[in-house]
Design a protein around this ligand. Structure first.
Ligand code: G1P
Length: 293
């Protein structure tokens, strides 16, 4: 019987060149959707799925992320002194258990697989989740988050699992692409997986979205340090090598995914997340409807 998933890796070493100048001195993972940074949505999604240890694979210039998940005594004291109780609740509620957040540096930008491998000593011999904060997923009303859906499904299968969704056929070169097998419920067997194929070479338009559950065998493959698409060490390649040795499924999650690594996805996410909020939906939708586009 598969165990619970207690640890998650958050690769946050990327440069964020698509959001310059905003990301010149600020990590792209700190870009806010409404009033919360992308990385906090990912951490909260992981916590909701039962994750208790949060491992960030960071790089130079990312210290704002560490500060974000730490107490700011000065801020908290000031809010308390001014009686700003609800603001104080917000900053206190996001704190994790002392000692449950760790930071590892990826010393070179050698790819997603390399970033995940950098966390190996903190993982040990157990399955782990990986979340890419750029891929922001708004749960359907009343439904659990994407990773929680995956963890529930994974209890039946074990092995490796990725979040999966169909993308436009001309977009395959931006994603890991799945050769699907049998489908049962939200799960599709992954028979093959290839990183960023050109549309003419793509086996389908079923793409990997940035949520993974990986078993220890993937770390053994990552240790080979083989380079793949773009000359980088790809997580996709090590997952593909495990096919036949461990179960591998794509989870067709129920939420709506936004590519917040792109400007369009980032803008769409801000609108949909604002409309999903009780404190903003009414005024914001009234304003939106009054616009002439
Ligand atoms: C990464 C993965 C890719 C996956 C994508 C999801 O690519 O390598 O397989 O489909 O995330 O967002 P990146 O977007 O980092 O280039």
């Amino acid at each position: 019987m598969p165990q619970a998933i207690k640890k998650a890796i958050f690769p946050v070493g990327g440069l964020g060149t698509r959001f310059l100048p905003a990301t010149k001195s600020m990590p792209k993972e700190m870009l806010p959707i409404v009033d919360k940074p992308l990385i906090q949505y990912a951490v909260e999604e992981a916590a909701e799925a039962g994750v208790e240890e949060f491992i960030f694979v960071t790089g130079r210039g990312k210290s704002a992320i560490e500060d974000h998940f730490d107490h700011s005594t000065e801020l908290e004291d000031t809010l308390a002194a001014r009686g700003k109780d609800s603001a104080l609740d917000v900053v206190r509620a996001m704190m994790r258990e002392p000692g449950s957040v760790a930071y590892i540096r990826q010393q070179e930008p050698a790819g997603l697989g390399h970033a995940v491998w950098c966390a190996r000593h903190l993982i040990g011999d157990q399955p782990v989740a990986v979340l890419l904060a750029d891929d922001l997923i708004l749960p359907q009303k009343g439904k659990p988050g994407c990773l929680a859906e995956m963890v529930t499904a994974w209890q039946e299968t074990g092995g490796n699992m990725v979040a999966a969704m169909e993308v436009a056929p001309d977009q395959t070169s931006s994603y890991g692409i799945i050769t699907p097998g049998k489908t049962k419920g939200i799960l599709t067997e992954v028979n093959e997986l290839v990183e960023k194929p050109q549309p003419k070479d793509a086996p389908s338009n079923l793409a990997v979205v940035g949520r993974y559950i990986i078993e220890p065998g993937v770390f053994t493959e990552l240790a080979q340090q083989n380079r793949g698409a773009g000359g980088e060490i790809q997580l996709t390649d090590s997952l593909a090598k495990r096919i036949g040795q461990a179960p591998f499924h794509g989870a067709l999650f129920s939420g709506e995914r936004f590519d917040c690594g792109s400007k369009l996805g980032f803008l769409q996410a801000n609108i949909q997340f604002a409309l999903s909020r009780d404190d903003l939906a009414s005024d914001f939708s009234t304003w939106l409807k009054a616009q002439t586009f």
